[in-house]
Design a protein around this ligand. Structure first.
Ligand SMILES: C[S@@+](CC[C@H](N)C(=O)[O-])C[C@H]1O[C@@H](n2cnc3c(N)ncnc32)[C@H](O)[C@@H]1O
Ligand code: SF4
Length: 373
């Protein structure tokens, strides 16, 4: 089981971002938020029935706005309730421009062993257009600081398909990222999301042909540099795949605490429940403390789609046996849609694995249609 912890504040809101993130006021309610997160976790414990954590992910928003002291209290509190696997992965999302060397070193001392740094681009004009609070120099320094603080495992988030970007610009960003020697790169294509400023005032983004060229050339460059693509947007070196995300993609269980956090848990009877927490930080922090905002028990006929929606994002797919393990359903129950997807050239013809073909990766939505209830 993994644990996701949401920190919903940023210095300011980026115009493309649809995450549950809010511009921080003059003062962050750090103490009370940590207390609330721990109360939220305590309320979830009965459903977690003493299971061990393989991963904790502090995501946001911008978790690096919080002090090391806040994470110390959090990790202590979590550790009092749940046991940690010996090789637990503990990731924290950081935004260049929100930390300094000492803070990084303190994070590392607390046992946080993976950083995910939001860079987006190394071109100052792009960073400005994206409303980022840092310039390219700060992003480069952030990677150096991470390394000096003892983080030998860190990810950089980059986006491509940016306003006015050409192929050379996108590849230059990748080359600069690779030069910083991260173990992992998340290389996202910018999407225009409803409820963002970019949706109501869309910038000019590259045409489809150029997006295609960027994608292809970027993948080739990353592969040549030893970054193995294991998911739509995720590339890892030396097997350093993100365990936290792998747990999502292999349909593993996870708890979620914090404003708007989602969770997925199987109970001892094999039923799978999805839950979500109150989204607005102010409501989440309200004295009534109603953490959970909703829940849904997944019906058996929804499980094939739910499972595939995650598993088929992985370029290698998953062992066929995992389907039964995670859903409690017989593999024979999806024999017909699998055969149809194989006939359409979207799923590999391998009885041992559920794995998308190159075409299936490209047309994932078409592939998933076969598994709809
Ligand atoms: C929660 S943020 C990462 C940490 C931190 N908030 C930051 O931005 O530096 C997660 C990542 O999602 C990506 N992202 C956010 N909105 C996106 C969009 N509309 N299209 C593509 N990627 C997006 C960005 O690369 C971002 O770094
Ligand atoms: S991209 Fe990151 S920094 Fe920007 S608003 Fe979203 S969560 Fe905050």
């Amino acid at each position: 089981m993994a644990l996701y912890v949401h920190i919903p504040w940023c210095v300011r809101k980026c115009p493309y971002c649809d995450f549950n993130s809010h511009a921080a006021g003059a003062e962050l309610p750090e103490e009370v938020y940590v207390d609330t997160l721990l109360a939220d976790l305590a309320a979830d414990l009965p459903a977690a029935h003493g299971r061990e954590l393989v991963s904790i992910f502090f995501g946001g928003g911008t978790p690096s706005l919080f002090s090391a002291r806040a994470f110390e209290r959090l990790l202590d509190g979590i550790g009092r309730h749940l046991s940690f696997a010996r090789d637990i992965e503990i990731t924290l999302e950081a935004n260049p421009g929100t930390f300094e060397q000492e803070k990084f070193a303190d994070y590392r001392r607390l046992g946080i062993n993976r950083l995910s740094i939001g860079v987006q681009s190394f071109q100052n004009a792009q960073l400005q257009a994206l409303g980022r609070i840092h310039d390219a120099g700060e992003a480069i320094r952030a990677a150096g600081m991470a390394r000096r603080a003892g983080f030998d495992n860190f990810n950089l988030d980059l986006m491509h398909g940016l306003p006015g970007q050409d192929l050379a610009g996108a590849l230059a960003d990748l080359r600069q990222a690779i030069a910083l020697e991260p173990t992992h790169l998340s290389w996202y294509q910018l999407t225009l999301e409803p409820n963002t400023l970019f949706w109501s005032q869309p910038p000019e983004i590259p045409e489809d042909d150029l997006l295609w060229d960027i994608q292809e050339a970027g993948q080739t460059l990353l592969a040549a540099e030893g970054f193995v693509q294991y998911e739509t947007s995720a590339y890892a070196r030396n097997g350093r795949r993100a365990r936290h995300n792998l747990n999502y993609w292999t349909f593993g269980d996870f708890l979620g605490i914090g404003a708007g956090a989602h969770a997925k848990l199987s109970d001892p009877h094999g039923r799978i429940r999805r839950t979500w927490k109150t989204r607005q930080p102010r409501d989440y922090l309200a004295p009534e403390r109603r953490f959970q905002a909703g829940e849904r028990l997944l019906e058996a006929d929804e499980l094939p789609f739910e499972f595939m929606m995650n598993a088929l994002r992985l370029t290698e797919g998953v062992p066929a046996g995992l389907f039964g393990e995670r859903t409690g359903l017989p593999l024979a129950g999806i024999a017909a849609p699998c055969a149809a997807a194989r006939a359409a050239g979207l799923l590999e013809n391998d009885p041992q694995r559920l794995r998308p073909t190159a075409r299936g990766q490209l047309f994932l939505n078409d592939l998933l249609q076969y598994f709809l209830p």
